[in-house]
Design a protein around this ligand. Structure first.
Ligand code: GDD
Ligand code: MG
Length: 357
């Protein structure tokens, strides 16, 4: 990136859609393809030539600095700002204004996996002399996102957060370029939503808000099905990263993981440190956190299995989340978004979705 910018990463959300996993770790710190998700994002920021990164933290703020420290190991200069009460996505941005060094800031939602070219995004911002430039992408169901129509010149005409009747399939992809003045104008004495207050306010005031529309890989990892899909895409090289702790392949096994002969591990699955996958088990596109055990003949598909959890023989999991240390007995069937809280024991055969399963 020819001109320097500061990066601001918003990581203060509570990650409620990923509970119970986010009870013990903030969402950007959950292991994704073997490392905290934020490591992938930070390495992408570094690869774009940005070195000064400010993390806007709130929920479990101390976990970030304990892991990343001053950022030197990633070639970054990391600074942390802690909100004692969450300031919302806008307040979090305004709250770091005093640490900015440059005239332009690139701002990242901390849960987005994308190949968007950050250099091109910044060039688009400069070329249009915009106050704010938003990365926009198209999705099949825009209702869970910020809906952002643009005119033929690429100027943003409205910002409609989580609209039940979206006027376009073009959405806010969660990466922005702001001029420093825009950052400095955001109030910090109360919670502010950048989506519901700052963007609509800028548009009403006639500010130049431009869309940078692209169609590269994009995914918000905020819910379990997207979390596992994003992790599997990183493992298989579909979503590129410099931070994968192993070669690209059909699965990733971390140090100390044991995969028995006769087990099938596929679909971009991650087998965490010291996990055991026993003979005849199938782990397909799932994420096993460190120390998890999948017993013989169990099938774990597109699910997240928490630390030190145990999945019993012959049990089937599909699209579920298992909390840390839970023990799922034998012959159980858990499907379709089921969530088991940490430290729960499910007795053998206790849950089935069909009588003959
Ligand atoms: N520091 C701080 N303080 N960060 C926060 C706060 C806060 O009070 N609230 C949320 N965040 C962070 C979250 O940690 C996350 O990284 C980011 O802000 C966005 O919050 P999400 O909870 O993930 O929002 P979303 O996914 O529902 O919607 C947002 O992202 C979509 C794209 O994925 C919005 O920006 C939508 O407009 C957008 O389409
Ligand atoms: Mg999100």
């Amino acid at each position: 990136m020819s001109e320097q910018v500061d990066a601001i990463v918003l990581v203060g959300g509570r990650g409620t859609r990923l509970r119970p996993l986010t009870l013990s770790a903030p969402k950007p710190m959950l292991p994704t393809a073997g490392v905290p998700f934020l490591t992938h994002l930070l390495s992408r920021i570094r690869a774009a030539g940005i070195s000064h990164v400010i993390l806007g933290t709130s929920y479990q703020a101390e976990v970030f600095s304990a892991h990343f420290g001053d950022g030197a190991s990633l070639g970054l200069e990391l600074e942390y700002v802690v909100e004692s009460e969450p300031l919302g996505t806008g307040g979090a941005i305004g709250n770091v204004a005093h640490l900015l060094r440059e005239d332009t800031a690139m701002i990242f939602n901390g849960d987005i996996l994308t190949c968007c070219d950050l250099g091109s995004l910044l060039r688009a911002h400069r070329d249009t002399s915009a106050d704010v430039t938003l990365h926009l992408t198209k999705v099949s169901d825009p209702r869970a996102f910020g809906c952002v129509p643009t005119d033929p010149d690429g100027r943003v005409t409205a910002f409609l957060e989580k609209d039940p009747n979206p006027v376009t399939d073009q959405i806010n992809a969660g990466t922005y370029v702001f001029s420093r003045e825009v950052v400095e104008a955001i109030p910090t004495d109360r919670p502010v939503s950048v989506e519901r207050e700052t963007f609509p306010g800028l548009l009403a005031d006639g500010a130049v808000v431009t869309g940078y529309i692209d169609s590269t890989y994009w995914r918000d990892l905020g819910k379990p099905s997207d979390f596992v899909a994003g992790s599997a895409d990183l493992v298989r090289g579909i979503a590129p990263t410099d931070a994968l702790p192993g070669p690209i392949g059909d699965f990733l096994a971390l140090e100390g993981a044991t995969i028995a002969e006769g087990a099938t591990v596929t679909g971009g699955a991650t087998i965490g440190r010291d996990c055991v996958v026993e003979s005849g088990a199938v782990v397909d596109g799932a994420v096993l956190f460190d120390g998890a055990r999948v017993r013989s003949g169990a099938v774990v598909r597109a699910s997240i299995v928490g630390r030190d959890a145990v999945i019993g023989s012959g049990t089937t999991l599909c699209d579920v989340v298992i909390g840390d240390r839970s023990v799922i007995g034998t012959g159980i069937e858990l499907l379709h978004g089921a969530r088991v809280w940490p430290d729960v024991t499910l007795a053998d055969g206790s849950i089935r979705f069909s009588a003959d399963a």
